[in-house]
Design a protein around this ligand. Structure first.
Ligand code: GLC
Length: 743
């Protein structure tokens, strides 16, 4: 249904002149200053040129999917058959392709897109690591820093933020997102969209952002990438869609379809998702790009018999641009000419795409982003490296610190053991799209930088490829020192796209190594590295301290040394539950109570396992500090609230330890009785408080009515009267509670 609005009237006028009114779900309520310019260009375009705008190819410089050789791309660009290129990097390369577009009849500029997931040349912590910082301003800063570097390389558009909620650590793409919580993932989505897009898309230090993968990709069965998603529509709206809606409401310029099906229909051809929800209910007026070949893959799904059918399904469902499948450029013209597809669908898609090109200023100057001098000045600047270093330190989560073994104050001898600690290529993590491994600071290098006066001895301890243990070498260096820092975990390539793992244990040889080193009577500090929650039960008892250091990017080693030395007091909190056993997965903190609630240990006839305590190794929101904090009971401003009133809850936080630090005070709610069951707790707020020893501050949480709501059985978003528990603490499993009545 086309909604009212001047632009829509204009659109209807244009369309009414040429054909009947399909219910394309087009919604141009936002009156764009470029609306008339877009229409003036559209009127000049042939059908073939319009379809060209909906066609996107990868460059052969780098493929991020199953690619095919095609030497005709430049020629197609010159003929106006291509609207966008991905994987073209550098001001000179983008200029070359843009020059080809300027040879086309209408000289419509190309859009250049790239997966800048956590940085361009300067690589920031992987997004799951950054989510552990619980610092939204920081995530906005790193997105803005990445945008500045990306735009300086002639690129207009990043395929980020990935906002897929996921509860399954077997899925390799957990590294790209913000973890398991819907509400927190929505706040992170907003922050990263703001960072990438800034205040104006016309600013050559900002880029279009892209909310992906729409939708529910993180619910793939078995954690197996690209696998079927089979969830209720209630769960879709309650758990998986909100971060996308938050991105849309934050003004994200584009969306990307997911590979997976939802309710039996692949997302790329899913009219309910894209036309009815995104472009209809949410009034999204940006454009939707398919994922790599996801239009064409609807044939594999068995939804359509051939590429022509895929083109039909994609364009009518609201996928505006076809990445790499060639379905649109091969079949849309025929589909329109034979009357199967109404040209209004094409016009809607092309308007959305042209609108972004105008907003980027590309019609004024197609080469405004292709400035090699600016690129030289911007790329890998000290300013950007400093942002990366700070982000890295804030992303680290301290999981254990027995007897205050950390921070390390200028020890005379330090043994560093573990091939991962000296592996430049692993520091960047997956999707380090232009990171240069030689530029990464390894853990070993970072420790050498921070402790120039200590004697630092290194040993691989295990083979990086085979994990074969080299105990003798490790023991030799450990013997020279009373402090041993051991790096363990998975390889960077073991998380990311098409990197699902059926086992997520730290390799046994690495865990044995920790045991042997402890048995030498050493103080053992374990750095766990990886792109997902890992399981390391065997080494845990032998570690005096454990830090989750993820993959932190270009400045990884310096960030880790900043935390080891106490230059930065760790403040990270887990954005994803760490399972104690793979059999617990999917596991998450906001589970339902069920009729036979889970109990610690084992009790028959309860929601548990015969062979495993149901509780995780480390819960969502958990993370220690070098100091200690005391958090008071939550004090609501009233015991009863009327519908529509804002709930206010005060908490006192005190630093009772010996050093300054930052605590993330978390607020959870529980709707005790409701028309559909609600989780035992749901994060609805957090506040970071930095305190000196002995200092105390009051935190005031405000809960607006909306934050108490949920989708009921009719998919209406409601707030039902009744009792709510309010819970506060520094981890989802360490909470003090009170009850209020909301009528
Ligand atoms: C990949 C990914 C997607 C990425 C796109 C372009 O297959 O699924 O996240 O943006 O292709 O590289």
């Amino acid at each position: 249904m086309i909604k009212s609005g001047i632009f829509s009237m204009l659109l209807m006028g244009v369309i009414a002149g040429s054909c009947t009114q399909p219910s394309v779900g087009v919604n141009y309520e936002v009156i764009s200053p470029y609306a008339e310019k877009v229409d003036s260009v559209l009127k000049l375009m042939t059908l073939e040129e319009k379809i060209g705008q909906m066609n996107q190819y990868t460059s052969d410089l780098q493929a991020t999917g199953p690619s095919r050789k095609d030497s005709t791309k430049l020629e197609q660009i010159r003929k106006g058959r291509v609207g966008s290129m991905l994987n073209v990097k550098g001001a000179s390369n983008t200029r070359r392709f843009q020059e080809a577009a300027m040879e086309s009849r209408l000289r419509i500029p190309l859009l250049f897109g790239l997966d800048v997931i956590h940085g361009m040349r300067t690589v920031y912590p992987i997004p799951l690591a950054e989510a552990a910082s619980f610092n939204l301003k920081l995530m906005e800063r790193t997105a803005a820093a990445a945008a500045k570097e990306t735009a300086s390389e002639g690129i207009h558009w990043t395929f980020a933020p990935m906002v897929d909620v996921t509860r399954d650590a077997r899925w390799g793409r957990v590294m790209e997102g913000a973890g398991e919580d819907t509400w927190y993932g929505s706040r992170v989505a907003e922050a990263r969209v703001r960072g990438f897009q800034g205040k104006s898309l016309a600013d050559t230090a900002t880029v279009l952002a892209c909310a992906k993968h729409f939708a529910a990709y993180g619910a793939c069965i078995g954690g197996r990438d690209y696998n079927t998603v089979d969830i209720s529509r209630l769960t879709l709206h309650e758990v998986y869609l909100p971060p996308f809606r938050a991105a849309a409401e934050a003004g994200v310029a584009t969306f990307m379809n997911a590979f997976n099906e939802v309710e039996g229909v692949p997302s790329t051809g899913n009219t309910h998702l894209v036309r009815e929800v995104l472009k209809g209910d949410w009034s999204f007026n940006g454009f939707v790009v398919s994922d790599w070949n996801s239009v064409g893959e609807m044939v594999n799904h068995g939804l359509v018999p051939d590429l022509k059918g895929a083109a039909y399904k994609g364009v009518t469902a609201g996928c505006d641009m076809d990445m790499e499948s060639r379905a649109y450029t091969s079949h849309l013209e025929e589909l329109v000419k034979e009357g199967t597809v109404d040209e209004a669908y094409i016009d809607d898609a092309v308007r959305r795409i042209l609108l972004k090109k105008f907003e980027l200023g590309l019609f004024d100057d197609p080469f405004r982003y292709c400035n090699e001098q600016r690129q030289q000045k911007t790329v890998l600047s000290l300013e950007l490296r400093q942002v990366a270093r700070e982000a890295g330190a804030e992303s680290i989560v301290l999981l254990k610190n027995d007897n205050g073994v950390l921070p390390l104050k200028e020890p005379e001898h330090i043994a560093v053991v573990g091939a991962l600690t000296d592996s430049k290529e692993d520091m960047m993590g997956s999707w380090a799209i232009e990171g240069v491994r030689e530029e990464a600071i390894t853990v070993l290098q970072g420790i050498k930088n921070r402790y120039p006066n200590s004697v630092i001895a290194y040993a691989d301890g295990y083979d990086l490829e085979t994990n074969q243990l080299d105990l003798a070498g490790a023991k030799r260096v450990a013997a020279m020192s009373d402090i041993v820092i051991v790096g363990v975990g998975e390889r960077a390539y073991q998380s990311g796209e098409a990197r699902s793992m059926a086992h997520i244990d730290v390799p046994d040889s690495q865990q044995q190594l920790v045991k042997h080193l402890k048995e030498m009577g050493k103080k053992v500090i374990v750095l766990v590295m990886g792109g997902r929650p890992l399981i390391f039960n065997e080494l845990e008892p032998y570690a005096d301290a454990i830090l989750m250091t993820w993959w932190l990017g270009t400045e990884a080693g310096n960030s880790i040394a900043d935390v080891l030395s106490g230059d930065y007091n760790p403040s990270g909190k887990l954005p994803m539950t760490f399972p104690a056993a793979i059999g617990q997965v999917p596991i998450y903190y906001n589970y339902k109570n069920t009729g036979r609630p889970s109990q610690p240990g084992f009790m028959t006839y309860t929601c548990g396992y015969l062979d495993q305590d149901f509780r995780p190794a480390y819960p969502f929101g958990y993370g220690l500090s070098y100091t200690q904090f005391e958090i008071s009971d939550p004090i609501p401003s009233q015991k009863e609230y009327k519908k529509g009133e804002t709930v206010e809850c005060r908490v006192a936080v005190k630093n009772t330890g010996k050093c300054a630090g930052k605590e993330t005070v978390q607020l959870y709610i529980r709707d005790l009785v409701s028309s559909v069951t609600r989780p035992v707790k749901e994060l609805r707020g957090f506040e970071q408080v930095t305190l000196k020893p002995g200092e105390e501050k009051e935190v005031v949480f405000q809960l607006h009515e909306k934050e108490l709501g949920f989708y009921n059985g009719n998919l209406e978003y409601v707030v039902e009267p009744g009792e709510f528990e309010l819970m506060v603490g520094n981890s989802s499993d360490h909470l003090k509670k009170t009850v209020i009545l909301y009528n």
